[in-house]
Design a protein around this ligand. Structure first.
Ligand SMILES: Cc1cc2nc3c(=O)[nH]c(=O)nc-3n(C[C@H](O)[C@H](O)[C@H](O)COP(=O)(O)O)c2cc1C
Length: 190
């Protein structure tokens, strides 16, 4: 992946609107598979230390204090995600970043609207796709990174900033003939 292409994606993403100007969003650029793999290694370590989040004992203990949706999210999504990530890693499969040749980590200050980094990443994704690149937004990494002081400090500066979302990008193996048709869960006209 040429650095010039990443710079063009970043230029487009920097035009994203923000809750209160100027932008409080920062971007960490991982250029090249080696850099992305090193990032995946750091995150796998964090996932390994977070196994307790989905453990039956932890879930049973906190069940009375959390809502049904949070309980089911931890049990049916977070726990299997941690398990799968670590199993894939043992087999040499990068299930976090799909062995992408580039990744952008969007982070933001505590004063920013929590949506800011996501909107900037969405702009990056649309720009990349318009350039014939492909990619995937990765939302699973930031919450884990924000729980680990050491790994967060390695990538996200200044210290008070929080990781928001990762966008991995590269050259797509498949080209879609047409856009995927989707529907909102609901549309209510009032
Ligand atoms: C906020 C957000 C977070 C996402 N996080 C992940 C992720 O952590 N891992 C992943 O493989 N895909 C992730 N995705 C990609 C979605 O799963 C994917 O876009 C969706 O299933 C639709 O599939 P498509 O984009 O291939 O059409 C995320 C997408 C969004 C919008």
């Amino acid at each position: 992946m040429e650095l010039d292409k990443i710079d063009r994606v970043l230029r487009a993403a920097s035009t994203a609107p923000m809750g209160i100007p100027p932008s409080d969003v920062g971007v960490v650029v991982f250029h090249g598979r080696e850099k992305v793999r090193a990032f995946a290694t750091d995150m796998a370590e964090v996932f390994g230390k977070s196994r307790w989040l989905g453990s039956p004992a932890f879930l049973a203990m906190l069940r009375p204090f959390m809502g049904k949706a949070m309980y089911e999210f931890l049990k049916n999504f977070v726990a299997p995600l941690v398990q799968l990530t670590l199993e894939c890693r043992e087999k040499g499969i990068d299930s976090l970043f799909y062995d992408a040749p580039a990744a952008l980590l969007f982070h933001q200050s505590p004063y920013a609207d929590p949506a800011d980094s996501h909107i900037a990443a969405t702009y990056a994704m649309i720009a990349a796709e318009s350039m014939g690149l492909g990619g995937c937004l990765i939302g699973t990494v930031a919450p884990f990174m924000n729980m680990n002081k050491r790994v967060k400090a390695k990538y996200v500066a200044p210290d008070g900033n929080k990781a928001g979302i990762v966008y991995v990008l590269g050259y797509p193996a498949f080209h879609f003939q047409k856009g995927v048709r989707r529907r909102f869960a609901s549309v209510k006209r009032v």
